[in-house]
Design a protein around this ligand. Sequence first.
Ligand code: 3BY
Ligand code: FES
Ligand code: FE
Length: 417
Amino acid sequence: MLNRLPSSISALLDSRTEGHSLPAGLYTRDDVFAADLDVFFHRHWIQVGLECDVPEPGDAVTLEIGSASLILLRDDDGEIRVIRNSCRHRGARLLDEGRSIVSKLVCPYHQWTYELSGELIHAPHMGMDFDKSCRSLKPVHFKSIGGLIYVCLSDDPPADVAMLEAVMEARLAPYDIRQAKVAFQFDVVEKGNWKLTIENNRECYHCSANHPELCVSFIDLDFGFDPASLSPEDREEAERHQALYDARTREWEADGYPSAAIEQLAGNTTNFRTQRLIIAGAGESQTPDATAASARLLGTMTRKDAGDTHLWGHNSWNHFMGDHAVVITIVPLAADRTLVRTKWLVHQDAVEGVDYDLDKLTSVWLATTDQDSALVERSHAGIADPAYEPGPYSTFTEGQLDNFVTWYIERLRAHGY
Ligand code: 3BY
Ligand code: FES
Ligand code: FE
């Protein structure tokens, strides 16, 4: 009789061929999805929001991660707080999904009332002996790294986020993302596994055929390859980009903008890479003609042509340019569903229609997001087909995918799979 029991997650991990995409089950199975959510979205640091999502005291926004709901808010003292959206009475959700303006957090069920610090201040009919002090809302481990909000839902967050923090605080300082303004936000639910969203983002192999708008300003760089393995045309292109990149990097560094690539991948808990990328054409920004969309530059930026400070994490990618930033975070919703949230940031005082045109600001990444969403859906559907077998990554353009899935396997193993 045929053994129809599904193999264990561990056996699936064992069956991965080096340098190849993952076995289908790691993208499609519900038990793997549950493991991914637990390991990569509850026990690792994830990028979930921005300080400027809640610019004023009393501003609050909920963040849903699996069955967990968090409240990101700014308290009366102007401090950022991240707390669990579950009442300490009988657990009810305090805030509905989305944005709110609050002066206190009042549970809609039995009206237990909390300060924005999470402290319980009112609990009717609980008797004289009731001790409110041990019923505060649960705080969440969070960090604001240059204005980007990272959370870790575990009680024991990985300490090696320190490197991300040290590197990005310095790199993001001139953009002053803490004080920026969210000019626009766009959500799409991709019909694919979250790892395909991340893999798709870490290569530009697909860019020339699929992203005409992005290709005006984007230059693909992948330094993870062995030059000896390249065809003469690929080597020539790589050398040309490398020379341009080296020259610009020297110029930016001399101007006080840290630019060199720094990464923390396999062998570490926190997965990130940052690098100041060159922008093609007019060289300023990811817009239809590669010129700046906002006349008001971010923070204390002094030049429009300071490239693109790119930051990749395991659930995000970000582009910080002189005039604006694009911040993209993802949350898995199911094995075959991924929320992709894109935000466009400008200087806090930049005025739409005066300093920037919203269409010029957003059109490249709106198109790119749409195109990528279709690619991820296409990719997931093909992987779910019984005909799929893992295929080889290009050593020229897909080195970062191999890094990502190698890290993914290593992390699952570290958590006992
Ligand atoms: O297409 C993507 O998802 C990203 C955008 C920039 C290049 N590429 C890696
Ligand atoms: Fe919140 Fe009862 S569950 S007050
Ligand atoms: Fe893409």
